[in-house]
Write a protein that binds this ligand. Sequence first.
Ligand code: ZN
Length: 135
Amino acid sequence: MGAVPTHMSSETVQITTNERLEVVDITDQITNAIPTNTTGTITVFVEHTTAAVTVNEGESRLLGDFETALDDLVPDGGWAHDQIDDNADSHVRAMLVGPSVTVPVADGSLQLGTWQSVLLVECDGPRTRQVQIVA
Ligand code: ZN
């Protein structure tokens, strides 16, 4: 018996983004990927250094506001890492938001609050992103 519990499962969802900086509501894709018998918690983990995930309201103007806030908080240029591949702003924005969230689940249903959604924060798109769901 190894360190990984036998009930642990992992699914990967691919999310394609359309903009360089874009917040996408991925709640439905996450829900569809969870086995229906899952109860407990899932970890939603984005396997990238320039994308992030968070939980908040998926209202479209708010998503735009968060894009504006990240853009204002982290200027585009003047970073040391830009000498490597010119995307330090993308990395820093992703680090501020973080790579994962934990969400309670009952019988395959996300136990989110009424106004909560799982949000992918694309910081260097457009790209196709791999989002892991570990139960
Ligand atoms: Zn880079």
